[in-house]
Structure formats: C-alpha cells, structure tokens
Write a protein that binds this ligand. Structure first.
Ligand SMILES: [Zn+2]
Length: 199
C-alpha cells in the first residue's frame, strides 16, 4: 500500500477533509476498523436510535447536536478523499457510496447491563446511563476479548451505523509534524490538503 506525506505544492492526491473513527472514544484501533470493513461510520450517527431518527426525518436528525457531524460526513461528494487520522498517522480514503444504514460487521460493543430500560445503547446525548455502560467498541473477530467480556457478565451488541462505503487509497504519514496541526480536533471537518508519495 502506498504511503503519502504532506505536500506543500499541489498534487493529484487532495483530501477535502478528515473523519475520525474513535466511536464513543472507546475504539482502540480506528484504522484497523477501516481496513477490515472498507466503510466509514458517521460520527454521532452510530446507534440504532440514530438510524431510526435519520429514517424518520433526515433534516431534523442532521440539525441535532451531534447530527451536524454526521451531516458534514455525508456532504463530502462521492469520489472525494478524506483523511482518517489517528495520532501521527492515518489513512487516506475515497468515498465510494452515498449514505447506507445497517450493522457494521467489523465492530461490536461490549456494554454493562443497564437500568435505564433502553433495549440497545442510545449513547451520545440521549442517555448517560447508556453512555457509561459502554466499555469498548472492538472487532468481533477478537475472540479473546469476546470471551473475557462475556465471562465478566457484559452484553455484546451489534454496531449499527449510518455509514458510507470507502476505498483505501493509502497510508498517511505526517510524522515530524504536529498531529494537531494536520487536522482539526473535531470528529469531522473540512481540511483541504495535498499529499505526495513518500520518497
Ligand atoms: Zn439508556
């Protein structure tokens, strides 16, 4: 896989923005998740409740507190490139589809049983009890983790999401440059940037 580094002069490889994949701040391997699935989940749009709200009224969902991040991710045109940052590295990916809805098979959620009454995790701004119940968002292929969480009495839930299909263009390496200057600190943002192949 090619590795790209930042370029000060225009190149053919141009990212329009960045999209983080640190769902609930409980995913230790956001880039591995992208590699395993070839999808990006929409930040603030990754619960069953988010999907239902989006289906009822997309405009209302997108204008909600977290929905504007999902909207920003939906607004990147098909074919455009974005950076998925993680520390001082990342992946450059190309959007291959519009909005899709469903379970992402590369992730599952380990949650403590909770007393709020919600059948599935609501997360985000909806329910603090659901939020606190989330222990980790991780790969269901990791049987060691699956077994450990089940043994500890946790519940495993599928990872529903509003998502888009992507193709990985290459790895991004901006080592030596302050990571915070390479992309904003939000979940999603516009951020024009040129990249060149590493020598
Ligand atoms: Zn709840």
């Amino acid at each position: 896989m090619p590795t790209y580094v930042p370029s000060d002069t225009p190149t053919e490889t141009h990212t329009d923005g960045y999209v983080r994949q640190n769902c609930n701040k409980k995913n230790e391997d956001p880039l591995g998740t992208v590699r395993r699935s070839d999808v990006l989940h929409m930040p603030w749009g990754h619960t069953k409740a988010d999907i239902e709200e989006y289906q009822r009224d997309p405009a209302a969902f997108f204008s909600s507190h977290g929905g504007r991040y999902a909207k920003a991710c939906v607004d990147f045109p098909e074919g455009s490139l974005v950076l998925v940052p993680n520390g001082k590295k990342g992946l450059i990916v190309k959007f291959k589809s519009g909005v899709k809805l469903g379970v992402i098979s590369s992730l599952c959620i380990a949650v403590y049983p909770r007393a709020c009454g919600h059948v599935n995790v609501c997360g985000g701004r909806r329910c603090s009890i659901c939020d606190e119940s989330i222990q980790e968002v991780f790969s269901p292929l990791d049987t060691q983790k699956l077994c450990a969480y089940l043994k500890a009495g946790l519940i495993l839930e599928p990872f529903w999401s509003i998502y888009r299909e992507i193709e990985i263009v290459g790895e991004a390496d901006y080592n030596g440059v302050d990571g915070r200057s390479m992309a904003g600190q939000d979940s999603v943002g516009t951020w024009p940037r040129y990249w060149k192949l590493r020598d």
